[in-house]
Ligand binder design. Sequence first.
Ligand code: FMN
Ligand code: ATP
Length: 324
Amino acid sequence: MEIIRADGHCPTPEVGAAVTIGAYDGVHLGHRAVIAEVRRRASEQGLRSAVVTFDRHPAMVVRPESAPRLLTDLDQKLELLASTGVDVTLVVTFDEARATESAEDFVAEVIVGCLAAEDVVVGEDFHFGHGRRGNVDLLAELGRDAGFTVEGLGLRSAADVGAGPAAEPAGPEEKVSSTAIRAALVEGEIERATALLGRTHEVRGLVTPGDERGRELGFPTANVAVPGEILLPADGIYAGWFVRADGTVLPTAVNLGRRPTFYEQAHASLLEAHVLDFDGDLYGERVAVRFVRRLHGEVKYPSIEALVEGIARDVDETRRVLDL
Ligand SMILES: Cc1cc2nc3c(=O)[nH]c(=O)nc-3n(C[C@H](O)[C@H](O)[C@H](O)COP(=O)(O)O)c2cc1C
Ligand SMILES: Nc1ncnc2c1ncn2[C@@H]1O[C@H](COP(=O)(O)OP(=O)(O)OP(=O)(O)O)[C@@H](O)[C@H]1O
């Protein structure tokens, strides 16, 4: 996949493109359905297939006070987009100037100027440009002058993307969206998020020193510092996978929370991963944690012995969940 950065000017394309546009946070199964349609249309018409997305979520600039936490950072998003088989991703710098740009200028500069779009495919609820004034109808109108067609796709539901019963409790009619997946994660409904994403939710960060208590307890943990703009699921104990910098994937029992056994009121949740059957130094390593199942909420154990027994049960349960 070719990656083009649009922060002013870009090379004039030699071939036209079938294009889709959006935040694409999470690259979920709804997004994948749109991209599959873009690829199908591109190959039918001898065009390149392209995704236009942003270097940060537009809400971070437009309404920072209520911007959502993200399912993916830019690196992850680009990796996931590459895995769809799309030919090009155009990463648009979303700054103040971009936020106040008119829909007309955005289309002229990016969609036509950078990609020579001939066919644009978006979800029917798509909005763009200053004040979210641009919609599918406006895009189609601009396309008539600029020489591209526009298709507004019906939004895919959980049933459409084959999410199955795991997408409950919202039900098969629920539209797949980044917002719905964020809500599932915040509720600790990991299987539902997985069903809508088509993969497990993965967060990335550096392993930082903790207070070494875990080792004393017999369960050393890697403290993973996840950037504040990334969405962590509900506090609790999880079975999951731990991905090392070299790509090795290891089973892990995760504590995401405030450790009430030790602290009356910790000010923030910590992500601590006990990597099963592993003994080694992880400090400073850039790792990923994938959440498979929430086992239970955090417990304020009455003693250290009870905590150690509790963690041992969590580790056993993690082995069962991961089929080890
Ligand atoms: C699988 C697992 C489950 C845990 N469950 C709890 C819990 O329910 N309540 C709690 O207070 N701490 C829990 N802990 C957190 C331990 O208290 C924590 O690992 C210990 O404080 C070590 O902290 P440190 O990394 O700062 O050294 C759990 C840890 C792991 C690995
Ligand atoms: N379930 C879906 N079915 C079809 N198209 C979709 C679906 N979800 C998103 N799209 C389309 O994919 C593109 C990217 O959308 P965007 O990233 O805004 O998705 P979203 O998941 O709806 O996000 P949010 O929940 O934040 O609104 C847009 O053209 C959008 O209309």
